[in-house]
Design a protein around this ligand. Structure first.
Ligand code: FAD
Ligand code: NAP
Length: 542
């Protein structure tokens, strides 16, 4: 008998019973534990990693940092927490964000209900009992009325199935599982595969550390200088003095991000006026260029003007014109997640950095000593996979989740994820997903998104308790209508037009479906309306 089992009333061995199992102890799981425990519920959190922090525990690669201002990428639920934590930089680094997660866990005594190094491997709904049986990779079994999946949108690592990978004799790492002790790269020949946000942060630092760096790029990306600075103490003080007002622009724009969205239409501005706005935002740093005009995501010409502006910056920065052209993206701006960098394009002027185009000549094989592409072999002491994640659905589908009638979530989502509000799934009663597909999630500042989801779920549990309700499940009609709505909104924009992880295109065989919901404020209003109408679109039963 494991310590999570106990003797039942009749002397039989039964799984330990809790009110809620939460899978994951990133910012989602931590806040879920805080809120649900606050309702007097017994909550058990399981975390696969050997510490809390989620993204910020796993992604310890050199250069990892947030590109949402630190003061906004933080919890808003506790005034005291806001007061007693100071950020040291405009954009916080991974170690500082992880320290913040630790601070939150200590401050609210969260660790006692979190079991680390424990992966949830299955969750099976027992219809007769109206409970979930959750099993872990340690062989434990626990029974819960509710399951809250806080497993993360960007936590299931993607390592492409390159031929020969298993015979490589050098060291290789995925950026999302970087060794805690760091990696000694001095004098080494290092290869990095990928040119997404992660690679763009890591490359400038790897180039400083390594003897030689080879960047294997399939698709170039738009990146803007972050212009990170030490935190101005006066700025921090002013922000904290009126924190809700400071946070407001980070949640009220379409993206809930600090794009500083402009109400003005690019279509009605002259080319010179557009460039002035782009330039001003480029100088200010961060992702502001993307918010330069209200129609940038819907008007191809305005988008192309922004694209050409950034390409101009790349050509100005990178000395070798051929390398500059290879770095110039040909996708619309923002269609893939835009990146913020520190000296990314400048790094290609270093004599120890080589850009290798693998778009036209994909990786043929990994050999014992390196990588072969385009008919050439690159000898490498170390390969870094900055190849991203099975985003949005990967972590959920790696768990054997079975709902009513034994239906597997993987079967239900065979043609792409279907949810109602990214919170619930028809056929899977009492299972909630935090920032699930169909919610703004990755298209918003994720901490406010997480808080909004957890608050909605907690309020729902209170509502059910007060009315003696035991079961909540999305209706098929509401779910179908929501999926259609998510797609309709996305189809009006440039988002579905390129091969991004938003549409699952980074994973061979993954159905091409735009997964996040576009429009954080509109989404919040919809969630509130659902509640005001007695959880419209959900079936509630006693
Ligand atoms: P996560 O932090 O991913 O935590 C999920 C946890 O669940 C993980 O620890 C994982 O180990 C655990 N888990 C998964 N499956 C299981 C299982 N079966 N059993 C037990 N445990 C499990 N967002 C922003 O808003 N701004 C940013 O600038 C930003 N930068 C980012 C930079 C990087 C490198 C990455 C990868 C993501 C970034 N994000 C950013 C998104 C980031 O993921 C979220 O902001 C936020 O940290 C997500 O928190 P979470 O708790 O939902 O998920
Ligand atoms: P990503 O954006 O998915 O980038 C992965 C890279 O690997 C892409 O360049 C991709 O090329 C390449 N790749 C994947 N499979 C490949 C293959 N088989 N062959 C060759 N190349 C391959 O992943 P990420 O950079 O880790 O970022 C994921 C997300 O995490 C971001 O979009 C963002 O939301 C978040 N993040 C944020 C920050 C930040 O600054 N705040 C930093 C890091 C991450 P293709 O483009 O051609 O697919």
């Amino acid at each position: 008998m494991t310590d999570t089992q106990k003797i039942g009333r009749n002397g039989d061995r039964t799984a330990r019973e809790v009110d809620v199992v939460v899978a994951g102890a990133g910012f989602g799981g931590l806040y879920a534990l805080y809120r649900l425990r606050g309702l007097g519920l017994e909550v058990q959190v399981y975390e696969a990693g050997s510490d809390i922090g989620g993204t910020w525990y796993w992604n310890r690669y050199p250069g990892a940092r947030c590109d949402v201002e630190s003061l906004a990428y933080s919890y808003a639920f506790s005034r005291e927490l806001e007061e007693d934590w100071d950020w040291s930089e405009r954009y916080a680094s991974q170690p500082e964000i992880l320290e913040y997660a630790h601070h939150v866990a200590e401050r609210f005594d969260l660790r006692r209900d979190i079991q680390l190094e424990t992966r949830v491997v299955s969750a099976v709904y027992d219809e007769a009992r109206g409970r979930w049986t959750v099993r872990t990779d340690r062989g434990e079994e626990v029974s819960a009325q509710f399951c809250v999946m806080a497993t993360g949108c960007l936590s299931a690592r993607n390592i492409p199935d390159f031929p020969g990978l298993d015979r490589y004799s050098g060291r290789c790492f995925h950026t999302g599982d970087w060794p805690e002790e760091g990696v000694e790269l001095e004098g080494r020949r290092v290869g990095i595969i990928g040119s997404g946000s992660t690679a763009i942060q890591a490359i400038p630092i790897l180039a400083e550390q390594a003897g030689e760096l080879f960047v294997f790029q399939r698709t170039p990306n738009f990146s803007m200088p972050a212009r990170n600075t030490p935190m101005d103490p006066d700025y921090q003080k002013r922000a904290k003095a009126s924190y809700p007002a400071f946070r407001e622009p980070f949640v009220s724009g379409m993206f809930g991000l600090d794009f500083h969205p402009n109400d003005r239409l690019g279509a009605s501005a002259s080319p010179e006026e557009r460039n002035e706005v782009f330039e001003e935002r480029w100088r200010a740093g961060g992702l502001g260029v993307v918010g330069a005009f209200a129609d940038l995501f819907v008007d191809e010409e305005v988008n192309e003007a922004a694209a050409e502006f950034i390409r101009g910056k790349i050509r100005e920065t990178v000395h070798d014109p051929e390398v500059a052209e290879l770095l110039c993206p040909d996708t619309p701006v923002g269609c893939k997640r835009p990146c913020a960098d520190t000296n990314y394009f400048e790094t290609y002027n270093r004599p120890n950095v080589t850009l290798v185009d693998i778009r036209n000549a994909p990786v043929e094989e990994i050999t014992e000593t390196g990588l072969r592409t385009g008919g050439r072999h690159y000898e490498l002491d170390c390969i870094v996979f900055a190849t991203g994640f099975a985003a949005m659905t990967g972590a959920l589908l790696r768990i054997d989740i079975r709902g009513r009638d034994g239906v597997k979530l993987a079967e239900k989502w065979a043609e792409g994820p279907k949810t109602y509000l990214g919170l619930g799934v028809e056929g899977f009663p009492n299972l909630f997903t935090i920032t699930g597909p169909g919610s703004p999630s990755v298209l918003a500042n994720m901490i406010p998104g997480i808080e909004q989801h957890v608050n909605w779920i907690a309020d729902c549990m209170v509502y059910m308790r007060e009315r003696g309700l035991r079961r909540i499940e999305a209706t098929p009609e509401a779910e179908a209508a929501w999926v259609e709505h998510v797609n309709q909104i996305a189809d009006r924009t440039i988002y579905p037009t390129c091969n991004s992880w938003y549409v699952g295109a980074n994973i061979p065989g993954k159905p091409r479906v735009f997964m996040p919901y576009l429009g954080f404020p509109r989404y919040v209003a919809k969630c509130e309306q659902v509640v005001a109408n007695g959880y419209e679109g959900f079936r509630l039963e006693s």
